[in-house]
Design a protein around this ligand. Structure first.
Ligand code: G6P
Length: 344
């Protein structure tokens, strides 16, 4: 088994380190003509997914709506089946395994309503590929760790390519170089943040725009493998309840990168500091202004914001991983969880 882990302590860490390659391979594989046509013809897109795949679908919504002007709806598979919304346009099922029962059920409902359907999956020949009209295959390779890592970024590679296609190739350059930035953050020193999180009972993760689902995913990773209670929030929503929980023992991990929400994020961070919560901020390298107002500053490369979505996500995977290791958890096989959930 040690040789299959390639010298890494866990499959999860190995898979985190495989992300530059799996992202690059998924971009390189591109989108075939039938899928291209389907995507170009869609005047509305609904995505159905569960777990981590639900988070990539939400990132897609935050990118595709403002950048391509296309209405996007995202539904959790288990809700969709019983509370089916009126359906028009393309329905995309996002599933690493292609076998998640709730996602398959939702996909079948979309088919029954005569919607064109696309599966985005890592598993050729899986059930979603047989149900959907077309498949866009991610090239992550087998993922053994229960916590999704490289399949998450490979899903983003597939979904970002759809955004790029609808935006006439505007992000060709960003996407073709993204793997380099992903490689850079693998080496980021995060030990201070790990020390803080491994002592905490609760950790909040906050961001705005696409960094909101990135924060939800950061929190999911943290809770599933370290068992530290974590919640992902839209940064502006903390004051509507969670503020009551902020103490010097409740770290907040905030993603704050340049762009239209930078200023408002910085003032949110000051509000958290005023409630004495230690703040760990992910910001772009060289952002001394941000570094000064937070307790721990973790730099990510100053790249296109699509790429920052990826690098920030990878840093949060590492934070969850090292926190889980510090707490001596069974990282690759967290309690009560399965890699693929084939029951409703
Ligand atoms: C399980 C896994 C998660 C995964 C979810 C959806 O809960 O532990 O990592 O995100 O299922 O899986 P799918 O294969 O449909 O992406």
């Amino acid at each position: 088994e040690d040789t299959r882990k390639g010298g890494f302590a866990h499959y999860m860490l190995k898979e985190i380190y495989e992300q530059p390659q799996s992202f690059y391979e998924t971009i390189r594989a591109g989108i075939d003509d039938r899928v291209r046509r389907m995507v170009m013809e869609a005047d509305e897109i609904t995505l159905v997914a569960c777990g981590t795949s639900y988070h990539t679908a939400l990132v897609f919504k935050y990118l595709a709506e403002p950048l391509c002007g296309i209405p996007v709806r995202v539904e959790v598979g288990s809700e969709f089946k019983y509370f089916t919304p009126p359906l028009h346009g393309l329905v995309i099922a996002v599933s690493q395994s292609g076998e998640t029962a709730d996602t398959i059920a939702a996909l079948k409902m979309a088919k029954a309503r005569n919607c064109p359907t696309l599966a985005i999956t890592n598993m050729q020949g899986s059930t979603v590929t047989r149900v959907a009209d077309e498949t866009l295959l991610m090239r992550a390779g087998p993922e053994i760790g229960v916590a999704a890592t490289k399949s998450y970024t490979a899903q983003l590679a597939a979904l970002m390519q759809i955004v790029n296609l609808r935006c006439e190739g505007a992000f060709d350059d960003a996407l073709s170089h993204a793997h380099l930035a992903i490689g850079d953050v693998l080496l980021q020193d995060i030990h201070e943040a790990v020390a803080l999180c491994s002592k905490a009972e609760h950790v909040f993760f906050v961001g705005r725009g696409p960094f909101y689902p990135v924060s939800m995913e950061g929190a999911l990773k943290m809770k599933e493998i370290s068992y530290v209670h974590a919640e992902g929030y839209a940064a502006g929503e903390l004051k509507h309840g969670p503020f009551a929980l902020l103490t010097p023992e409740t770290p907040v991990v905030a993603v704050c990168t340049p762009g239209p929400t930078y200023g408002v994020m910085a003032s949110n961070i000051k509000e958290m500091k005023a409630r004495k919560a230690p703040v760990i901020a992910l910001g772009v390298a060289g952002d001394t202004e941000l570094a000064e107002i937070v307790d721990i500053f973790i730099p990510i490369p100053n790249t296109h914001h699509l790429v920052q979505v990826l690098t920030a996500s990878v840093v949060l995977q590492l934070l969850a991983y090292h926190t889980a290791c510090a707490l001596q958890r069974d990282v690759d096989k967290p309690r009560n969880l399965a890699k693929s959930v084939t029951v409703e």
